[in-house]
Design a protein around this ligand. Sequence first.
Ligand SMILES: O=P(O)(O)OC[C@H]1O[C@H](OP(=O)(O)OP(=O)(O)O)[C@H](O)[C@@H]1O
Ligand SMILES: Nc1nc2[nH]cnc2c(=O)[nH]1
Length: 179
Amino acid sequence: MNNDIEQVLYTQTQIDNRMDEIANQLTEKYQGQCPLIVSVMTGAVVFTVEMIKRLKFKLNLDYVDVSSYADGTQSAGKVKLVQDLSSNIDGRPVIIMEDIIDTGHTLKYLADLLKGRGAKSIEICALLDKPDRREVDVEADYVGFKVPNKFIVGYGLDYRGLYRNLPYIGILKRSVYEN
Ligand SMILES: O=P(O)(O)OC[C@H]1O[C@H](OP(=O)(O)OP(=O)(O)O)[C@H](O)[C@@H]1O
Ligand SMILES: Nc1nc2[nH]cnc2c(=O)[nH]1
């Protein structure tokens, strides 16, 4: 295990098994619909890649880059659209793939934006949910795991750009970001 990790919450095997379950639910629901998968850069990249390989229906893939965290572990509270979709979503079912819902600001912003563009339906699929930190009313339709109110890294989630490549989900030691 990486020395900066206080505790592993979910191993690669646990993540794989949970992704299989969610993928089966999505496959049942979206058969014949060809939804657009919207991956939220950068944190959702690992989750998105691993999930879409399990989806047994026609789909398209696009991404947005939204940024809500100015620096380190604290939310800036404001969401910025850094890179827009390249697809037209009018009349299309959309599935947003996100790594974590924390305050909820990012997903609220994104879901409202895509609704305003006439998506036929919008569902949210999030690897992690940290409900204790919620500031706005937003819920995922599919959640991998609930996590405690700690700073989480791995499986796409970073601290200052690091740890995204860890093949598990863990709690970052406070000593890494406090001095
Ligand atoms: O629910 P919220 O409080 O809005 O937080 C969730 C968002 O924060 C992180 O993104 P970040 O802006 O750190 O960018 P990243 O995906 O590039 O890591 C994470 O990937 C989510 O998109
Ligand atoms: N890496 C990381 N990014 C986040 N964005 C919102 N919450 C978190 C978290 O716990 N870890």
